[in-house]
Design a protein around this ligand. Structure first.
Ligand SMILES: [Zn+2]
Length: 436
C-alpha cells in the first residue's frame, strides 16, 4: 500500500484544475524529504501515565454514532505498514490472533522504554519536536521533544451554556467545557467566576494564559468549531459585560445573547496570547460527529477577527488547513500573521488529493505552510503512534508529489524544492515558535 520512496511512482494529476499532466515523483527529492527531522505542528501524544486522559479537551467518544472517512477507519490496511515499520509486526493482515501478538509487541517496547516511550515514537515518525495539544503535559511528554499547546475554549464560556446545546454532540461537549473551566479555576485556586467581567479578565483569563506561557506553551488552541461558528465579530467591553454580569450567577443566555461575550473574549485572549508570545491555533475543517456544523468551520469566517488591527501582533494557525475550504485559507494568507497546517489532512485524504492542495498553497505562500500529523489515540491497537505514523508518512508523500510536479513544470529548481521541503517540515515552525 505504502509506496516505497526511491521508486518512480506515476500519479495522475489532482482533483483541482484540469486533469491532464502526470506527476513522476522525483525519487531523490522523496529520499531527501524522508531525511528531514520534522516539527509536527499538531498532535495529541499520550503520556506514560496509564490513566492519561489529558490528550484532548473535548474527546468525541460520547457522540452518537457517525461515519468516518475510509482511511480513518480501524480497518485501513495502511496501518499494517505502520505496525511493521514501528513495532516489527511480522504479518500482513489484521486477524484477531495477530492483533493480540501486536498488543504484546507494543507492550514489550512500552515497558522497555518507560518514560522515554513517547520520544521513541517520535523517532519512528521522523519527528524531532511535536506540539502536544493537551490539557496539561504529563510524564514522558516534556520539552525539548514536546511543546505544549493549551486549550482555551473553556475561557470563552464563563456563564451557563445550557441553551448552546443545540445538537446531541454539543450536549455532550458543553458539560466537558464547563468541567475544563472549573479545572482551570482550580489551577488558579479561584473558587468561582468573579462577579464582574473585569474581575474575570484580571483573576481568571489573563492569569490562566500567563500560567500556560509559564508552563512552556508555544500556542493556545481553539476547538471552538465544535461548539459554535467561527464568526468572532467585534464586540465592546460594555456589550460583553452586560451578558456576563446578568448571567454569571443565574439564568442561561440564548445563543444570540451569549455570542457578544464569547466574541469579546476571543479577541481579548488573542491580544493577550500575542503579548505572551503564544500563537493561536484554530481547528478549521470538517470535524468528527454526525452533527458537526461544517458551514461554521470555514476559515473565511475568521476574516473579521483576523482583520482586527489589535490582533496583528498575534500569529494564527489554521489547523487542518480549513479543509475542504483550502482556497479560503489561501485568501487569509495576505495577512502576514496567518499560517496553516495540514495535520489530519494526511490521514483523511489520499496523498494525491493532499498534494493538489499543497501545490496550490506552495505556489503562493510556501513560508506559511506547516507539517502536522494530528496523532490521536483511538484504541490500544490504533493509537496516537499509528495515526501519527500515517499522517507523517502520507504527509511527506504528498509533499513529494507536489514539489516533484512543481520541479517538472519548471516552477522551482531542485534546490528550491528542497528548501521548500525544509521550510514546510521544519523551518517555518521553528521560526514561528522560536524553536532552535
Ligand atoms: Zn487534533
Amino acid at each position: 500500500m505504502r509506496n516505497v520512496l526511491g521508486a518512480v511512482i506515476v500519479i495522475t494529476a489532482g482533483f483541482i484544475g484540469p486533469v491532464s499532466a502526470q506527476v513522476q515523483v522525483d525519487s531523490a527529492l522523496a529520499a531527501y524529504i524522508r531525511t528531514i527531522k520534522a516539527i509536527d505542528n499538531h498532535a495529541h501524544p499520550v503520556s506514560t501515565d496509564p490513566r492519561d486522559q489529558d490528550f484532548d479537551a473535548l474527546p468525541i467518544d460520547g457522540f452518537p454514532p457517525f461515519s468516518m472517512p475510509a482511511r480513518l477507519r480501524g480497518g485501513n490496511p495502511e496501518l499494517i505498514d505502520g505496525w511493521r515499520e514501528m513495532f516489527g509486526y511480522p504479518y500482513r493482515d489484521m486477524s484477531d490472533a495477530h492483533l493480540a501478538e501486536l498488543k504484546a509487541l507494543k507492550a514489550r517496547i512500552y515497558s522497555e522504554q518507560g518514560d522515554r516511550y513517547p520520544a521513541w515514537v517520535l523517532d519512528r515518525l521522523g519527528v524531532d519536536v511535536q506540539l502536544a495539544n493537551r490539557m496539561a503535559m504529563g510524564p514522558g511528554i516534556a520539552a525539548p521533544r514536546f511543546r505544549w499547546v493549551a486549550f482555551v475554549d473553556p475561557l470563552i464560556f464563563p456563564v451557563d451554556t445550557k441553551r448552546l446545546e443545540t445538537t446531541p454532540d454539543r450536549a455532550d461537549l458543553f458539560p466537558r467545557t464547563a468541567r475544563n473551566l472549573a479545572r482551570y479555576l482550580g489551577d488558579l485556586k479561584v473558587k468561582t467566576v468573579p462577579p464582574t467581567l473585569q474581575g474575570y479578565l484580571d483573576l481568571v483569563v489573563r492569569p490562566t494564559l500567563e500560567r500556560m506561557a509559564a508552563g512552556g506553551a508555544v500556542a493556545v488552541k481553539y476547538e471552538a468549531a465544535y461548539l459554535r461558528r467561527l464568526d468572532f465579530a467585534p464586540a465592546t467591553f460594555a456589550e460583553a459585560r452586560a451578558v456576563y454580569e446578568r448571567f454569571r450567577a443565574a439564568g442561561t443566555p440564548s445563543p444570540a445573547v451569549y455570542k457578544p461575550l464569547q466574541d469579546y473574549l476571543f479577541r481579548y485572549i488573542g491580544i493577550e496570547a500575542g503579548r505572551l508570545k503564544m500563537a493561536v491555533h484554530i481547528h478549521s475543517a470538517d470535524g468528527a460527529g454526525g452533527y458537526f456544523e461544517a458551514s461554521g468551520a470555514d476559515p473565511i469566517l475568521l476574516e473579521s477577527a483576523l482583520s482586527d488591527p489589535r490582533l496583528r501582533q498575534t500569529n494564527f494557525v489554521i489547523v487542518h488547513g480549513g479543509w475542504p475550504h483550502t482556497r479560503n485559507t489561501m485568501s487569509l494568507f495576505s495577512r502576514p500573521n496567518v499560517y496553516a497546517d495540514f495535520s489530519f489532512m494526511g490521514n483523511q485524504l489520499s496523498s494525491h488529493t493532499l498534494a493538489s492542495v499543497l501545490r496550490e498553497w506552495l505556489s503562493e505562500f510556501p513560508e506559511r505552510i506547516l507539517f502536522g500529523t494530528d496523532a490521536y489515540k483511538d484504541s490500544d491497537v490504533v493509537g496516537w503512534e499509528e495515526w501519527g505514523w500515517l499522517g507523517a508518512t502520507a504527509g511527506r508523500r504528498a509533499l513529494g508529489i507536489a514539489l516533484s510536479g512543481m520541479m517538472q513544470d519548471g516552477e522551482v529548481t531542485r534546490e528550491r524544492a528542497q528548501e521548500i521541503a525544509r521550510m514546510v517540515l521544519r523551518e517555518n515552525a521553528a521560526g514561528l515558535y522560536r524553536i532552535r
